[in-house]
Write a protein that binds this ligand. Structure first.
Ligand code: APR
Length: 229
């Protein structure tokens, strides 16, 4: 089966009602990213950071995967699909995708502030001040903040380098190292971009652009992949 590597971003979950970051009405218009998503912000005001992610977790628990998520999961019927996501939601897994790599962490998990290897499932939506790890440290959201390393990038680069087909869905390609994964894609592999808006692809040639929202776009992609077989 062909290896289809799929890089997804916040736009993948937009049709599930979760806000993107940089669009009009996006999260970074309302919140100061360095206050709520950086080690410095955590050091300054843990309550503000916990509140921000608790709000998002509450919304996630009320959200459901959309047509795009389900169509990607269905693609596993006749393709070896790996989803490399920047999203911290679990909508790919809930839709049935079996190979999902989270680059920026997972919203429904918390981790120790003294030992990053200590990771816990969060029961419900709320992570509180005073919720401690087994070593007695305050638990923090298990997400990658700005300025922090992206531990999964090595695995993601390895996957990108194995792509027979590379697909980019719902990301503005502004954030590195995720946006740099395209550099690892073998030169002969077709690259598809699904996004209803213009995305700066830094002059990379030969990309098949599907100027559609994820739901419709993945169905169109599925048609192309079927014809490529
Ligand atoms: N279907 C597909 N794409 C969509 C849809 C949709 N329904 N709606 C919006 N988009 C596209 C937008 O056009 C935009 O290109 O999704 C993209 C969202 O871009 P960003 O908001 O920049 O989100 P993303 O690229 O995922 O951000 C990367 O930055 O803020 C950090 O850690 C956070 O993982 C995030 C990273």
């Amino acid at each position: 089966m062909k290896k289809v590597m799929v890089l997804t971003g916040a736009g993948m979950s937009a049709e599930s009602g979760l806000r993107t970051f940089r669009e009009m009405g996006g999260l970074w218009e309302e919140y100061d990213v360095y206050q709520v998503a950086s080690p410095a912000g955590w050091a300054k005001d843990q309550d503000l950071v916990l509140r921000f992610y608790n709000e998002r977790r509450k919304q996630l628990l009320e959200a459901a995967p959309n047509r795009g998520h389900f169509s990607l999961a269905e693609l596993e019927t006749d393709h070896e699909v790996y989803v490399i996501t920047q999203n911290i939601d679990d909508l790919h897994e809930r839709a049935g995708s079996t190979r999902v790599l989270h680059l920026h962490g997972e919203l429904r998990k918390a981790r120790s502030t003294v030992d990053p290897g200590l990771i816990y499932e969060i029961d419900g939506w709320e992570l509180r001040k005073g919720d401690l790890c087994e070593k007695g440290s305050q638990l923090r959201p298990h997400v990658v903040w700005f300025g922090e390393a992206v531990p999964a990038i090595e695995e993601a680069s390895r996957l990108a380098a194995m792509a027979d087909v590379f697909v980019i869905i719902g990301t503005s390609m502004n954030v590195y190292p995720a946006a740099g994964l395209i550099e690892y894609v073998p030169s002969g592999a077709p690259v598809y971009l699904i996004d209803p808006n213009e995305v700066n692809m830094a002059g990379i040639q030969g990309i098949h652009v599907i100027r559609k929202a994820a739901g419709e776009g993945v169905d169109e992609l599925t048609g192309f992949l079927k014809n490529e077989k």
